[in-house]
Design a protein around this ligand. Structure first.
Ligand SMILES: [Zn+2]
Length: 228
């Protein structure tokens, strides 16, 4: 999603290939687009200048807010999609944290050899993704997977922003399971806050807990465990 200020309009460019990934993309990008649309008449440009740990709450939460329409895409296999989506979001958090920890280690140790870097990744994988089995693949099985994570090359330390946003989006899922309308009102308030405030006070004002707050992640995990 790009915002076109001259036209006061969000614009989504995507290519679709007929998989469930198309639905992930359109609901996610429509979250970004919706927030851009809500702010279209904001004269102070700096208020539109949101950072990723905020922007990705708008998009990831929209993925949950649209659950009620999934039948239109998947018919009677709607539940399969929803289960997969919940599982993917939950499994993403440890993976995202792992990508972050990996970057901390390699930046703190710039003299590492390629082999040492792969060993770090392999060790972290055993810690964060113990369910993975590469069945002896000579490249991925030896810690090579990080090389396909483009953010490590193009946007260092972006990944932890996704994790922070995921935990907030998951809180919206919790809220909407309780009261959809109230959850939406809080979401709309968050979209309107945009970049007016810093992260933690902004979350608070919208009625979310900070992911850094003791017990926040635990509550989210318990709710999702029940759902999945
Ligand atoms: Zn996004």
């Amino acid at each position: 999603m790009c915002y076109l200020p001259k036209f006061k309009s969000p614009f989504i460019f995507a290519n679709f290939n007929g998989t469930s990934g198309d639905v992930d993309v359109i609901t996610h990008e429509c979250g970004h687009a919706f927030q851009g649309f809500v702010m279209r008449d904001e004269p102070i440009k700096e208020y539109l200048d949101i950072t990723m740990e905020t922007a990705e709450i708008h998009s990831m939460s929209m993925e949950y807010f649209t659950y009620g329409w999934m039948e239109k895409f998947f018919g009677e296999r709607k539940e399969d999609y929803l289960t997969m989506h919940l599982e993917d979001s939950a499994a993403f958090v440890p993976y995202g944290c792992m990508v972050d920890e990996f970057q901390h280690i390699i930046y703190e140790n710039p003299d590492m050899t390629p082999k040492e870097r792969k060993e770090v990744w392999k060790r972290l994988e055993q810690e964060y993704r113990p369910h993975l089995d590469y069945e002896g693949d000579p490249f991925f099985g030896e810690g090579g997977w990080w090389q396909r994570q483009s953010h490590i090359f193009s946007s260092p330390f972006y990944y932890i922003d996704y994790c922070l946003a995921t935990i907030c989006a998951m809180q919206y899922k919790m809220k909407m399971d309780e009261d959809y309308k109230k959850a939406w009102e809080s979401y709309l308030a968050l979209c309107r806050l945009s970049a007016r405030k810093f992260y933690v006070p902004m979350l608070k004002e919208a009625g979310l807990k900070s992911p850094f707050e003791e017990g926040c992640v635990k509550a989210v995990v318990e709710h999702f465990q029940e759902k999945i």
